[in-house]
Design a protein around this ligand. Structure first.
Ligand SMILES: Nc1nc2c(ncn2[C@@H]2O[C@H](COP(=O)(O)OP(=O)(O)OP(=O)(O)O)[C@@H](O)[C@H]2O)c(=O)[nH]1
Ligand SMILES: [Mg+2]
Length: 688
């Protein structure tokens, strides 16, 4: 593919509710450029964007795809993101490397849950926003209704720039308000604005002029004094209002019928900022906060925003250049990993297709294959420079399952397969929790996890079963107690003898054992001190109450007895072990459970329901806040009560709520719940 200079590039993220038509819009755009012969269909699994097996199976995007569209001497890097909320990670990374977001809406359904979530992301990132009201050809499609809903729901001035000509079965074309021209059919043939649309056009035009005037004090003065603004003033005013986010241009069309697409691309070219206009970019340079000018001839610095792990092709690394240029066969330096990378051949991706490029200037997006150490979020720079570009900020995974390899062969491959999956998707995490004897896989929701498990099988041939994860409880004591134990074995052969007196008391939760020796006068010789400790640690590992590790105990050995011949290491290990168990049981044993901080963000009307629900989860509400029509509730709650909160919150709020969690500390489990944990452990043991 041709090299485009920085000012001729636009990076655009298509966002919005699942099924609004983002993938088909991307398909229509690339088709309009002439790069493809025919339009693919989501239902047939024949789109450029949804090429992954899981995407084809589900008729839904699950990954962001890059679709570079060469259009009137420019290149629009279209990033088609998935709308389903479990795949938010890919929306975040796409937005990190885009200069603007185009939120796609269904002209029948209007604002949906996914629209709100996309909007929230755009506000968080403070990026210019566009709206594309799609599916104008559907029965009951109504542009004005969607426009009114937007203006009533979100802050900002939503200004139509592409009006629909006709609607439903009679949807024929669009009117570009700025140009005052109609573009009809899939070819976008220029035509007259229909007579019955003149009023609507005038009204829309006035809205644009006003929006432009409001962007600048001088323009506003001129406008208020009754002077007419020149077309150039209007355009510049509108553009600066779009850049600041005050004005949101609203387009209309029907992606599946390819109507409005070409004009929409023209508008994106003229109104969305180029990487040059969006510069400078914040970066950490030589350890200090600085800026990158976005200069293609400057020092090279690129951010890796996505990694695709493919068992056949190997690892594909997608990067966006923020400064300088990346060349084929060059060597770059990975700042995060402190290691050199050979870039080999560089290409852009058209969905899954690799299209060769020789040079990637600042502002552009491309990919490299088979890098050694580079992962998502890393910065690649010219050797000798020290620049860190802030990586995308991914949310903590929320939804956990326990996974278990099915066969011995699965067991051998599972770690490396999981590592590859996690490398591809930073919102997935896995760990082996030895304290609960479970391998835990965490993601953003049950669909996310189901797909990850399917991929383990289809991509890496690893079969697993899934189960509810256990809560990683800990066991400890709540008061001081003492116990003595005598171990004596004198039947046949060499005898064993040891007697240990010990005191167990609550210690520091963050250390497992504080072990002290208070035996004075040589009742036991100090050579047995480590033997007793070994016995205690054996018990601590496997727990006393229900098999969970023991933490936060102080143990003092203060007396005992030994025998000149029969006392040996093993005898004191056993006595230590048994004395500890006895003392532990006497010392008010309790469970500790992990407590998490939870932040729930919901539309205000759900506040009451959320608080009521949190109440049933033993949560402590710490604060409530209202920001832009959303309630933010902060609370602390036990992990045991949050295991399936992802599903529950979704059903309480019809999917309009989001939350994140963060581990805080361990706290005692209320006494009345302890027996349940013990019974559950017993039941499991019997099942084994
Ligand atoms: N009638 C009509 N249907 C459309 C139009 N655009 C898309 N569709 C259909 O809407 C459905 C969903 O389209 P997609 O492009 O997969 O939607 P998406 O926004 O990418 O969905 P996710 O990938 O799940 O986020 C498909 O059946 C499309 O054929 C349109 O302009 N008119
Ligand atoms: Mg899609």
């Amino acid at each position: 593919m041709k090299v485009y200079s920085s000012d001729k590039i636009r990076n655009i993220a298509l966002m919005g509710h699942s099924g609004s038509g983002k993938t088909i819009l991307a398909e229509a755009m690339i088709h309009a450029t002439g790069a493809t012969n025919r339009m693919g269909r989501v239902e047939d699994g024949s789109t450029i964007s949804d090429w992954d097996d899981e995407e084809i199976k589900r008729s839904q995007s699950i990954n962001t795809s890059l679709i570079p569209c060469e259009w009137s001497g420019h290149k629009i890097n279209v990033l088609d993101t998935p709308g389903f909320p479990d795949f938010i990670g890919d929306v975040i990374s796409a937005l990190r490397v885009s200069e603007a977001g185009v939120v796609v809406l269904d002209a029948v359904s209007g604002i949906e849950v996914g629209t709100e979530l996309a909007w929230q992301q755009l506000l968080n990132e403070n990026k210019p926003r566009f709206i594309f009201v799609n599916k104008m050809d559907r029965d009951n499609a109504n542009f004005q209704r969607v426009l009114d809903a937007l203006n009533n729901t979100f802050e900002g001035n939503f200004v139509p720039v592409l009006l629909p000509v006709g609607a439903e079965g009679d949807f024929k074309g669009v009117v570009s308000v700025i140009e005052g021209k109609a573009y009809m059919g899939p070819e976008g043939k220029p035509g007259e604005v229909p007579a019955d649309m003149q009023d609507a056009l005038e009204e829309a035009n006035l809205a644009i002029v006003e929006a432009a005037a409001e962007s600048d004090d001088d323009l506003l003065m001129k406008y208020l004094e009754g002077e007419e603004l020149t077309p150039e003033e209007v355009f510049n005013g509108l553009k600066s209002a779009v850049l600041s986010g005050e004005v949101i241009p609203v387009m209309s069309g029907a992606a599946a019928r390819e109507i409005g697409i070409r004009t929409a691309m023209d508008l994106i070219l003229s109104l969305a900022p180029s990487p040059v206009e969006a510069a400078p970019y914040p970066a950490i340079i030589d350890g200090e906060e600085g800026e990158l000018p976005g200069d293609p001839n400057g020092v090279t610095a690129a951010l890796v925003f996505k990694t695709i792990a493919d068992p056949y092709v190997g690892r594909i690394t997608l990067f966006r250049v923020f400064n300088g240029s990346v060349k084929t066969d060059s060597r770059l330096y990975n700042v995060n990993k402190d290691s050199e990378e050979r870039m080999g051949h560089i290409f852009t991706l058209m969905g899954k297709e690799q299209v060769k490029v020789d040079l990637v200037p600042a502002g552009d997006i491309a990919a490299a294959a088979k890098l050694n150490v580079t992962a998502t979020g890393d910065t690649l720079v010219e050797k000798g420079s020290n620049i860190l570009i802030p990586p995308p900020k991914f949310p903590n995974p929320l939804y956990a399952v326990a996974i278990k390899p099915v066969s011995q062969a699965d067991s051998a491959k599972i770690s490396s397969a999981l590592n590859r999956l996690v490398e591809e998707d930073p919102t997935l995490r896995w760990y082996n929790d030895t304290s609960i004897h479970q391998m835990v896989l965490m993601g953003m929701g049950d669909v996310h996890i189901t797909i990850a498990v399917n991929r383990l099988k289809s991509k890496f041939g690893v079969n697993v079963t899934t189960d509810m994860p256990k809560v990683p409880y800990r066991e400890t004591v709540s008061r001081t107690a003492t116990a003595a134990y005598r171990h004596k074995k004198q039947t046949g052969g060499a005898g064993q003898f040891a007697e240990v007196h010990m005191r167990v008391e609550p210690g520091d939760q963050d250390t497992d054992l504080e072990y002290t020796w208070e035996v004075f006068g040589g009742a036991i010789s100090s050579t047995f001190m480590p033997s007793i400790e070994k016995g205690i640690r054996q018990v601590m590992k496997g727990g006393v109450l229900a098999g969970y590790p023991v933490v936060g105990v102080k143990v003092a050995v203060y007396d005992g007895k030994e025998h000149p011949v029969d006392s040996k290491d093993i005898a004191f290990q056993i006595a230590g072990r048994e004395a500890f168990k006895k003392a532990f049981q006497e010392a008010g044993p309790i469970f500790l459970e992990p407590i998490y901080k939870v932040e729930v963000i919901v539309p205000e009307e759900y506040m009451g329901d959320i608080l009521g629900d949190l109440n049933t989860r033993r949560a402590r509400v710490l604060g409530m806040d209202n920001v832009r029509g959303k309630s933010i509730i902060t609370a602390e709650a036990p992990y045991a009560e949050l295991l399936r909160y992802a599903n529950d919150l979704r059903s309480i709020t019809q999917g309009r709520g989001i939350y994140n969690i963060e581990f805080l500390r361990y706290e005692p489990v209320p006494q009345h719940l302890s027996q349940g944990i013990i019974d559950e452990a017993k039941r499991e043991k019997e099942e084994e």
